[in-house]
Design a binder for this molecule. Sequence first.
Ligand SMILES: Cc1cc2nc3c(=O)[nH]c(=O)nc-3n(C[C@H](O)[C@H](O)[C@H](O)COP(=O)(O)OP(=O)(O)OC[C@H]3O[C@@H](n4cnc5c(N)ncnc54)[C@H](O)[C@@H]3O)c2cc1C
Length: 452
Amino acid sequence: MIHHSRIRHLIGVPPENGSYVLYWMQQAQRTEFNHALAFAVQKADELDLPLVVGFVLIPDFPQANLRHYRFMAEGINDVRMGLERLDIPFILQAGEMVKSVLKLAEQAAWVVTDVGYLTLQRKWRDTVAKALACPFSAVESDVIVPVSVASEKPEIAARTFRPRVLKNKDAFLNVPPVLHGRGRPLLLPEGVTDSADVFELIARMPINASVSPVSSFKGGQQAAKIRLNRFIGQSLADYETLARDPVARCQSDMSPYLHFGHVSPVFIYQEITAADAPDAAKWAFLEQLLVRRELSINFVFYEPGYARYETAVPAWARESLERHRSDPRPYVYSRDQLEQAQTHDAYWNAAQMEMAATGKMHNYMRMYWGKKIMEWCEDPKEAFDIMLFLNNTHELDGRDPNSYAGVAWCFGRHDRPWQERPVFGKIRYMNARGLERKFRIAEYVERVRATS
Ligand SMILES: Cc1cc2nc3c(=O)[nH]c(=O)nc-3n(C[C@H](O)[C@H](O)[C@H](O)COP(=O)(O)OP(=O)(O)OC[C@H]3O[C@@H](n4cnc5c(N)ncnc54)[C@H](O)[C@@H]3O)c2cc1C
């Protein structure tokens, strides 16, 4: 069963003619545990029509580069194989998003899509909705609790958001219907062509190649499941005590997969709760997956200015930073120096190098990394922009609601005022001595050096 609150009918007209149901796959790039795909199958069965899945690759997604496209392509390859097993034709195209989707939908009786929360994703869906004449439904497949059920407003902090998601989560933990082969021929709609080889397609597209793909992560739903199993078997039991430690490698590495929709958060939730591990460890993990991740989605959904300093950062924090703008700063670095990891701080440089080389910086180091950029830039707005740029360019999980909420958190979003101090004002402060006190941080630096 798909909970009705996951489904929004963007065009509610009754279906008239049309020769297939189209699932425009965009955010949820997987065939397993995909509520939007399950809903599209249900519609196709009700209307007794074939189902077609379409995916459109655009060459210029803001701040995306070859690193991201390669990871995504590996996921698309998995989708194609998964759909083949279900006897569902898959059409992959490159081009302008809305135009391509409308072309794919020309003969559709019903169009289904998934839900993405960033401005561009929402704009695509709104524009498609204005131009389509058939029913068009969007199904929230990449959250546990649908964003507007969890809360009807931007939440101040995890403490205000937590009771809301916890109260609602049980209604949304059901497994979407398991799909079976449909026993229909794999016929494409007339006049529509499929670019069968995704790797060949991205090689031909004018993609920003300034950042190389990484070998540390392979994309796709199969790779996501293997990693999750390994995490559950080897690290989950220690998550409560070790996840914060950059030396311990006790994180799940699910964020790139969640970002590209290669794995469902409901699936992860089910696997974690069924695992043989202490409850405290499971809850420490679910706090991140359910509360922190969905708080980020709440943030970008209710704050359209999530990518701008003036709107993403709370007024108390901006005022405080403004008062400390001309405080003396022993070190000031440019974006280039930061990108090249050329600062005086070996811990910070290691974090930057970890991100640039592997596509994923450790969570604790992301906080330290962000706080230091703030300290080393004279203009807080410039610091905010640099952070977003570096994060979104190098992190495989960049350009995510978590990216915008993570950067804004460094500036006080979802946090509270702390004791006032130079440069940081009332913003929470972090320093190298804290890293030395809490962790064997020199080992982290060594490890990054050895692997970069
Ligand atoms: C400055 C800064 C930038 C960040 N940029 C990103 C980003 O670009 N993309 C991204 O996905 N996350 C970002 N985060 C949040 C967090 O660091 C990552 O989600 C986490 O490190 C991902 O690793 P993991 O999947 O192994 O996490 P795990 O510890 O295994 O956690 C499991 C899942 O819980 C969620 N989660 C964990 N920590 C957080 C958190 N602090 N906030 C929200 N959700 C969380 C993620 O979905 C994660 O995949 C950022 C945080 C900061 C402070």
